[in-house]
Ligand binder design. Structure first.
Ligand SMILES: Nc1ncnc2c1ncn2[C@@H]1O[C@H](COP(=O)(O)OP(=O)(O)OP(=O)(O)O)[C@@H](O)[C@H]1O
Ligand SMILES: O=C(O)[C@H](O)COP(=O)(O)O
Length: 461
């Protein structure tokens, strides 16, 4: 089966438009429609299977170090090995095109107890043609072998959909169709997605499935959606922090599901909520440099429209009986803490009063929430990579343990929040720490997970 440019355009439109394309579909609708790995059980020995892997990892010296995403792929790859498939794993590492998957291939080999070759140049970017190195390696492979293709982001085509508007898709579709058809023709027409964290609009995860005869979601990714994610859909407390202001959209979507009783907002994005509460309660709040239009390009800039959105969230939330807990002081550039920011101050962390405020709010949540309630945490409370601004995050992590010790089920949405847990606490302090930040927010929030949209579309035919 090959995909025409027009079909690719329509396929990518559905993925790029996301919720707008299918406003009535929930996460669970996507999960119902996407086939699972077991649906491929009938594939014969020697079938070549393209596996979009969770290769964005930093394997350390020993197994267990920096390779959680690679270990998460092991069950799916072992299943393929037992079936005697030839599995061709491809995926990205980091954002820089020159980064290499060499250590990833080596660690995957250690995990599977086999030698895994990596093909350095697998695509001719000038013609979007799969190279003979790939066809030769596949021809030489034995049933059960695994082959890794170098970092997909090495080739520009991988990232063309990232910022694409629907009206640009007609121009992009021919080359995307060529890529998908080349892989289908020269590698194989069976595609398994086992990259839970690959939430971007990468060609390998959202365009390539369009040319595939059979697609399936890998065992680990399916387990994360079917298990912990289902619990998070029932969260009573959601903690949103970090710098990405668009997390307000996800907060809104989580609230609309009706289970949230409390929102804690911290980090830079909390400033929008803090200002919104100030305006609603007639107690004006200055956000300092974060609301100065001169900084409108900065990632920590809070646009007026986001304050308006936050006002609507708080007003609507209060009507539903939801309480909002936000910081009441800030640590600024010189390391000092201030209750009120002046126009030139930039917030880098929450201050000591806020740390106490969140501690007290956790105490109240523990006292009032029934045992077995769910708390979901995303992000970090300050620029924690700099020791001067780590206190807010460092003091928050033990609060997760305090909740878990009190019988609350605590889920951490990966990303920087997951890193902070590793740094200031232990995995055992929470019920589950996801291996991905963006995917978890997509799944719980306002937009569907792009690869689930693509798999669902591909499975339709
Ligand atoms: N004032 C601030 N408050 C919070 N984070 C900040 C602040 N200033 C800078 N940052 C940086 O922002 C990053 C975290 O923000 P972000 O919203 O990206 O969270 P994340 O956990 O990476 O998100 P995701 O869960 O989506 O992966 C950290 O690297 C942190 O240092
Ligand atoms: O680390 C991650 O969150 C995933 O690998 C996705 O990476 P990306 O945000 O660079 O697409």
């Amino acid at each position: 089966m090959s995909v025409t440019p027009d079909q690719m355009k329509a396929f990518c439109e559905t993925v790029v438009r996301g919720r707008e394309a299918n406003p009535d579909l929930s996460l669970n609708d996507y999960l119902t429609d996407v086939p699972r790995l077991d649906s491929l059980a009938d594939l014969p020995l020697g079938t070549v299977v393209l596996v979009r892997g969770d290769t964005d990892a930093k394997p350390g010296a020993k197994v267990g170090e920096g390779d959680i995403r690679l270990r998460s792929m092991a069950d799916t790859l072992k299943y393929g090995q037992e079936k005697g498939w030839v599995q061709v794993v491809f995926g990205h590492i980091g954002r820089e095109p020159e980064k290499s998957l060499d250590k990833v291939a080596k660690r995957l080999g250690e995990l599977l107890g086999t030698n895994i070759p990596m093909i350095e140049d697998w695509l001719d970017p000038a013609t979007t043609t799969v190279t003979p190195a790939v066809t030769e390696a596949i021809a030489a492979a034995k049933p059960g072998d695994v082959i890794v293709l170098q970092n997909t982001r090495k080739y520009d085509i991988e990232r063309v959909l990232w910022k694409a508007k629907p009206e640009q898709l007609a121009d992009l579709a021919p080359q995307l169709a060529k890529l998908a058809n080349e892989l289908a023709e020269k590698v194989g027409t069976v595609y398994v997605h086992e990259a839970f964290s690959a939430g971007s609009l990468d060609a390998s995860s959202v365009a390539v499935p369009a040319a595939m005869k059979r697609v399936a979601l890998g065992k680990y990714a399916a387990g994360e959606f079917d298990g912990p994610m289902q619990q998070c859909l029932k969260a009573a407390l959601a903690v949103f922090s970090g710098i990405k202001i668009d997390k307000l959209d996800d907060m809104e979507a989580m609230i609309s599901r009706g289970t949230i009783k409390q929102i804690f907002a911290s980090g830079s994005l909390a400033m929008a909520i803090r200002k919104a509460i100030g305006e609603l309660d007639d107690k004006p709040v200055c956000l300092g440099a974060a609301e100065d239009p001169a900084n409108s390009k900065a990632p920590w800039y809070i646009p007026p429209a986001r304050v308006e959105q936050a006002k609507a969230i708080v007003a609507d939330g209060r009507e539903k009986g939801i309480t909002f807990t936000v910081p009441c002081d800030s640590v600024i550039e010189d390391g000092s803490a201030k209750d009120e920011l002046s126009p030139s101050d930039q917030q880098f962390d929450i201050g000591p009063k806020s740390i106490q405020h969140f501690h007290d709010a956790v105490t109240k949540f523990i006292e009032t929430a029934p045992k077995g309630s769910v708390a979901f945490h995303n992000g970090v409370f300050g620029m924690f990579e700099d020791p001067r601004f780590e206190n807010g995050t460092k003091s928050w992590v033990p609060e997760l343990k305090r909740m878990q010790d009190a019988g609350i089920n605590v889920y951490v949405g990966g990303g920087e929040g997951g890193k902070a847990l590793e740094l200031y606490g232990e995995e055992s302090w929470v019920t589950h720490n996801f291996t991905a930040g963006g995917t978890v927010l997509n799944a719980l929030g306002s937009e569907p997970v792009p690869y689930l949209v693509a798999l669902r579309e591909a499975a339709k035919d």
